[in-house]
Design a protein around this ligand. Sequence first.
Ligand code: ATP
Length: 270
Amino acid sequence: MATAEVPMIELQGVTKQFVKPSGEIHTVLRNINLKVGKGEFCSIVGPTGCGKSTTLSLIAGFEAPTVGQVQIQNKLLDGINSRAVCVFQSENAFPWKTVIDNVSLSLRLKGIKKDKAYAEARHWIEKVGLKGFEGHYPHQLSGGMRKRVALAQCLITQPEILLMDESFSALDVHTRSLMENELLNIWEETRASVIFITHDLEEAIALSDRVIVLTAGPGATIKGDYPIHLTRPRNVSEIRFEPGFMQLHEQIWNDLRDEVMTSYAHAIRA
Ligand SMILES: Nc1ncnc2c1ncn2[C@@H]1O[C@H](COP(=O)(O)OP(=O)(O)OP(=O)(O)O)[C@@H](O)[C@H]1O
């Protein structure tokens, strides 16, 4: 992000500790300093268990830092972040409600009249490629379609911050690349700030403006912060064949591989 700009999200000296059932203190993140700009697409990668989801929970306000603070546009985050929504790996549609009722639910809960909420829901259902499925129930949809419902449920709230935790990892490879392209199209229009957690470095590079590499825990820190200057708009299936893509992949993987090996060594010692 440009230095003069007010960051949408800022982690200032954030350390996060949990108390284990044994009473021992487990430091997950140590002294994380991170700024994410308005409309920036930022991915976080790192070895399993290093603290990626914890970082997302801190930005969502589900957890508070043990040391340091999270700021949203220069304001201290204290409690749930009302400017953010989370898209998790699991789906959050109610099985007894149709697609349109699930997607319009958050507006209905805010007291918006059914006609207006339905009109808005139809707009987002079409945007995520589900036009014609408004009256279907979740069990009548494929996994990829349910993921689209989850995305529409989040987007209808027009969040300024979209927090995505391995959101596409359960999808087959074709559906996944369709969803990635649709996410990029929607992001180009809405310009939300996105924090995208993934285990897949190729996915991180294909989607993002920046890729952050976390070290192996405990006490994970930021090891690398890589700007991704690939052209936009992007097609995720094609961008992977650009020479710049391969160079970035090699560079970031060099950093990430060492951390994955460290994490693996910890795991087999434990
Ligand atoms: N509420 C909690 N209480 C205690 N420990 C926790 C809690 N949440 C997370 N942890 C621990 O913090 C560490 C980091 O977990 P986290 O889920 O953030 O990692 P991750 O990088 O997202 O993992 P993965 O890649 O496997 O999804 C783990 O050791 C986990 O057990």
